[in-house]
Design a protein around this ligand. Structure first.
Ligand code: AMP
Ligand code: ZN
Length: 193
């Protein structure tokens, strides 16, 4: 399995990358974090995306969520980030193989957040919250693929701050604005322009 898109499958096996490791899943740091805190939870089972999930994977999903919550407590909250300043979920169209649950702080202050598409992948419906995935699985028995054009359009959504109603002029303006939120509160929640 060569190629960048297999990097998670390769690196999750290296114990140096494993923040937590259980029989079912492993947690590692996102190598290009898009916020102050950004972790990925991956199952050992060869499940590529949410679209391969079935009802029998619900216990696995709950373990992945538990591991995500644990790592958020252990690292994020211990370092002063509020617990409610995290979101957990899956990308609608992931770029990397092996199912991975993003556990990310909502400040989105990071040098690795470089493109509008990075931003929109976490703040629009492109980001499928953990709870909504569980609900869809319970209701339909599977996760339905969304139409390709809808997915593409989500990543082109105009910029709006996730913490107030500010409409940034451009991406550098958004980055400055997010940094101001973080420096004024330490956890990036108060409205400031
Ligand atoms: P997605 O768009 O949901 O497929 O996100 C894949 C995530 O994996 C991105 O946030 C990347 O920064 C991250 N990533 C890519 N390669 C690695 C790696 N080798 N180890 C850890 N994280 C990675
Ligand atoms: Zn704002």
């Amino acid at each position: 399995m060569a190629g960048f898109s297999y990097g998670l499958i390769r690196d999750m096996k290296k114990s140096v990358n494993q923040l937590i490791c259980t029989e079912l899943a492993v947690v590692m740091k996102d190598i290009y974090p898009k916020a102050k805190f950004h972790y990925l939870v991956l199952p050992w089972e060869d499940i590529d995306t949410v679209y391969q999930l079935s009802l029998e994977n619900l216990p696995l999903l709950h373990e992945m969520h538990f591991l995500g919550s644990t790592v958020i407590q252990k690292f994020g909250v211990q370092q002063g980030m509020k617990e409610d300043c995290f979101q957990m979920g899956f990308h609608m169209k992931p770029s990397m193989h092996r199912l991975h649950l993003h556990c990310i702080s909502t400040d989105f202050v990071s040098e690795s957040l470089k493109y509008k598409e990075h931003w929109n992948s976490f703040v629009t419906d492109f980001f499928m919250p953990f709870e909504s995935i569980v609900q869809e699985l319970q209701e339909k028995g599977r996760i339905e693929k969304r139409p390709e054009q809808y997915v593409i359009d989500l990543l082109k959504t105009p910029l709006v701050c996730n913490q107030c109603n500010y409409h940034p002029k451009n991406f550098p303006d958004l980055k400055r604005h997010l940094a101001n939120h973080l420096s004024s509160t330490g956890s990036g929640t108060e409205a400031i322009n």
